[in-house]
Design a protein around this ligand. Structure first.
Ligand code: T4K
Length: 393
């Protein structure tokens, strides 16, 4: 580490007191498990010369994920976005589907890419998840489904959304890209709605370089998705369903299996980091670290703070100060899907119906965590934020 200056948003030097990072401190740094175990699996793949198309490691990965979540089926895919698309298609969704705008763009794209209109419903600002009352308000005769997102690993309002889906005859699925290994009332995420979609992207709780899966307790749905991810093939020379290429390669399953073996250490590191941030932020007025409901078990994969009006500087001032010190904090998922060009063009006035989304999007900062972050790193991040406050008051 070297000594670096602290700047405010205008580039003015605040102070030159803290050590700073020579290498950037990233949000989303992958957690990597036992390297030797991974390399042994790669050797085996090469020896077998079976690289993809439902290979033995993919089958083992599916079985281990299903066991871990206590769910009947895990259908592994090449990434979470294709997994979402296949789930949406297998359920026959069409017309309009209600989604939050406060999510990664893939949730909306997976619908729009298939000619379905994503209709954005507002969130509960205290949880960042869909507000069931807002969902009700967006239902029209064209609505066929709801996609709840367990944002930041906090389970969406599962019971309330299921009640709405039952009342209106809608399909309910969950985008659980952030929520691998999280639970709600002691039941693992993966067991809710018609199915749930996981992401094993490099930045996720469990990474397989890239990868995704749909998990479900519905035998027929699982079978349909298995066909769809492999062009609809049933055995050689026999296509019985429209399909695409959603297959997970063996190398990804090797990484996924390896990291699954280290998952408890990853969660432990995240949990310690979360509590270290919580302690450090306790004395900073206007920086609110999001908390988890006692009935949920989080994976702590995202450290999310809100910069509230009680803080003397803006969220963007804080981001700029951190970036000047090589800490690449993120504004995920600013400015909200509804303000991204494709959806802004579609619904120019959507923001009027999304006040909580608009407000939360202006406050959020996601901070670095994971196995590679030390307590001293967290102290420095928090001290920089403290200095921004001091400088602005
Ligand atoms: N639904 C939700 C709610 C999601 O969050 C996502 C994905 C999906 C669906 C779709 O699942 P996938 O199709 O992706 O499986 C990243 C990821 O690309 C994306 O997977 C993820 N959500 C999203 C939240 O974050 P970016 O645009 O932030 O990526 P990037 O390249 O800026 O990387 C993030 C940080 O991670 C950087 O600071 C550097 C670090 N990093 C990244 C990679 C890839 C590394 O240190 N090493 C790496 O290998 O989207």
């Amino acid at each position: 580490m070297t000594q670096k200056n602290i700047y405010d948003a205008t580039g003015l030097v605040i102070k030159d007191v803290l050590p700073a990072f020579d290498e950037p401190l990233h949000v989303g740094r992958p957690n990597i498990g036992d390297r030797e175990a991974f390399l042994r699996r790669v050797d085996n793949i090469l020896d077998r010369s079976w690289l993809t198309n439902n290979g033995p490691l993919v089958q083992e990965f599916e079985q281990r994920i299903a066991e871990h979540l206590g769910v009947r089926h895990c259908v592994a895919m090449c990434n979470g976005t294709i997994a979402l698309e296949i789930a949406i298609r297998a359920l026959g969704l069409e017309g309009e589907v209600i989604v939050p705008s406060w999510t990664f763009i893939a949730t909306a794209h997976a619908l729009y890419w298939q000619g379905i209109t994503p209709v954005f419903a507002d969130i509960d600002p205290s949880t960042h998840n869909l507000d069931p009352d807002a969902v009700r308000r967006m239902i029209t005769p064209r609505t066929t489904g709801i996609i709840g997102v367990h944002l930041w690993g906090r389970p969406a309002p599962i019971t309330a959304l299921q009640a709405i889906a039952d009342e209106y005859g809608l399909q309910l699925i969950f985008d659980a890209a952030h929520a691998f290994s999280c639970s709600h009332n002691s039941q693992s995420v993966g067991n809710f709605g018609r199915c749930e979609v996981l992401s094993f992207h490099a930045t996720k709780m469990l990474n397989a370089f890239e990868g995704g899966a749909v998990v479900t307790n519905d035998d027929e749905l699982a079978e349909t998705m298995r066909l769809m991810r492999n062009f609809g093939f049933s055995g050689y020379d026999n296509v019985i369903h429209p399909g695409t290429n959603g297959k997970m390669p063996e190398i990804n399953a090797a990484m996924g299996l390896t990291n699954l073996g280290s998952l408890p250490q990853f969660v432990k590191a995240n949990r310690q980091n979360y509590h270290a941030y919580a302690n450090a932020f306790a004395g900073i007025n206007g920086i609110n670290l999001i908390e988890y409901d006692p009935e949920t078990t989080p994976n702590y994969q995202y450290v999310v703070v809100e910069v509230t009006p009680d803080f003397p500087a803006s969220r963007d001032d804080v981001i700029t100060a951190l970036r000047n010190e090589n800490i690449l904090a993120r504004k995920y998922f600013w400015p909200g899907c509804h303000r991204m060009k494709p959806y802004r063009d579609l619904f120019p006035h959507a923001g009027l119906l999304l006040p909580a989304t608009v407000s939360v999007a202006e406050k959020v900062i996601v901070l670095p965590t994971g196995k590679t972050i030390a307590d001293t790193d967290i102290e420095i991040v928090c001290n920089i934020i403290r200095l921004v406050a001091t400088h602005k008051t």
